[in-house]
Design a protein around this ligand. Structure first.
Ligand code: AFD
Ligand code: MN
Ligand code: MN
Length: 441
């Protein structure tokens, strides 16, 4: 790896292939871009400003989403998928080269445990990839583990089991420091399957005691993200079941503790954009796990089921961004994806998701906020609503394509990715993964 580590920003994909694909589309792209520019100008929106803001959008990729996912029934591996952290980083770099908005990878431990984190960091840096929040895992027992998490981890009734889970989280922070990460995400699977299995209050107290120890170990510039989830694997109750419990715990722990919103972790029909607004208003919106869902924690591709919801979330994010800017306050949620790709090529799903997330942001950026505020003040319901509808119905793809192109990415991500033949080449070069039994990852 040493020869790779000394170079800077290797290309995972042949840039000339991306450029050639862009050349083919350039005339049509310029025409579409000009049409959008004129269209937006009529609403006093400057397309250049939109493109420049789009160019600042960054979304971290889940290391566990780079391989084919699976259900609890089966996992169907695909030829050419990554076998280790280096290959996952390489795939992230390839996606970033095309999409221009995914410069970080979020690791999950112990799944991504390796022997030399300096080497991993250098390898990633060589590709221009950094590290997003590190994720701890106390929802599975690992080979050789002393105490079982069958009945819980950070909230377990047994002090020694809690201690083991605390130590795992402390180790994640240490690894994260070596990698240059600055956040820890704690998703806790602890909960119950039966009424009477545990007391809600005491369980939460034990969780808070454990989290207090983890919080105390956070370096100065670190944050801890609390990821709530209402069910699964526990089916009667979970300890951090919703954003209410999450924000209460984050407030009790202190300013470095914030809430992470995974879009699939709510009851059906919950108004997620409103949760986003509330968390942002109280400085507790730490991060996102973007994905989409039809029924539960489906981990489908962002924007594939309910793009309007994704847009409404970004509408709140842009509003929160602007509110914070006016007050000189910080607003810096960490955007990440958390998807499971069972029937598609993970890289293609991620490219599509990046497009959906960027598109939702672009649409949120062109909302006429001054007009909407005036309609709201005048209680003109229909016109207030139409400010959002108009933005949502606008085809913003040329602005997004331009943002990608200016970063060396592709006007048409899917076409460019397929033109590189990346996956077929990896299918030849990489060891095939063995067919595994079921399991989320
Ligand atoms: C879980 C949560 C959490 C966790 C992931 C593991 O969304 O983010 O880290 O899946 O695959 O459902
Ligand atoms: Mn998640
Ligand atoms: Mn999930």
């Amino acid at each position: 790896m040493d020869d790779i580590a000394v170079k800077r920003h290797l290309s995972a994909l042949p840039q000339d292939v991306i450029d050639a694909e862009n050349d083919k589309l350039m005339a049509a792209h310029l025409y579409d871009y000009e049409s959008l520019r004129v269209r937006l100008e009529r609403s006093d929106v400057d397309i250049e400003t939109v493109v420049r803001r789009l160019m600042t959008l960054e979304v971290g990729l889940p290391s566990w989403g780079m391989i084919s996912g699976g259900t609890r029934f089966a996992r169907f591996p695909m030829p050419g998928e990554p076998n280790n952290i280096f290959e996952k980083i390489e795939d992230c770099a390839a996606v970033h080269q095309i999409a221009g908005m995914t410069p970080r990878i979020s690791l999950h431990f112990p799944w991504d445990v390796t022997y030399d984190y300096t080497e991993v960091r250098q390898y990633a840096e060589a590709y221009g990839i950094g590290f997003d929040a590190v994720n701890s895992n106390t929802f599975q027992d690992q080979p050789g583990q002393t105490l079982s998490y069958k009945y819980g981890s950070l909230s377990h009734t047994d002090r020694a089991t809690r201690q083991q889970a605390i130590e795992h989280n402390l180790e994640c922070i240490e690894i994260g420091q070596k990698l240059g990460s600055n956040a820890l995400t704690v998703w806790l699977s602890d909960g119950t399957n039966f009424a009477g299995q545990a007391q809600f209050a005491e369980t939460l107290e034990r969780y808070l005691d454990s989290m207090t120890e983890i919080y105390a170990a956070l370096p100065d510039d670190w944050r801890v993200f609390l990821e709530h989830k209402l069910y699964e694997p526990a089916f009667y109750s979970t300890v951090i079941q919703d954003w209410g419990t999450s924000i209460l715990c984050a407030q009790q722990l202190g300013p470095k503790a914030q809430c992470l919103v995974d879009m699939g972790h709510h009851a059906p029909n919950v108004n997620i954009e409103m949760i986003v607004a509330r968390l942002a208003q109280f400085g507790k919106l730490g991060g996102f796990h973007f994905n989409d869902s039809k029924y539960g924690d489906d981990d489908l591709d962002a924007g594939s089921i309910n793009p309007f919801q994704l847009f409404l979330i970004f509408n709140e994010l842009v509003h929160a961004e602007e509110r914070a800017a006016k007050r000189g306050a910080a607003f810096d949620p960490s955007y990440m994806m958390d998807q499971s790709h069972n029937v598609t090529d993970p890289m293609e799903s991620i490219l599509n998701s990046a497009r959906a997330i960027g598109g939702a942001y672009a649409k949120a950026l062109i909302v006429d906020r001054a007009a909407m505020a005036a309609y709201q003040d005048a209680n003109d319901v229909m016109m207030g609503h139409n400010c959002l509808r108009l933005a949502f119905e606008t085809d913003v793809r040329p602005a997004l394509a331009e943002a990608r192109r200016r970063k060396g990415g592709a006007i048409d991500p899917m076409a460019a990715f397929r033109a590189t033949g990346y996956r077929a080449e990896k299918a030849r070069a990489r060891q095939p993964r063995r067919a595994e039994r079921g399991g989320i990852c």
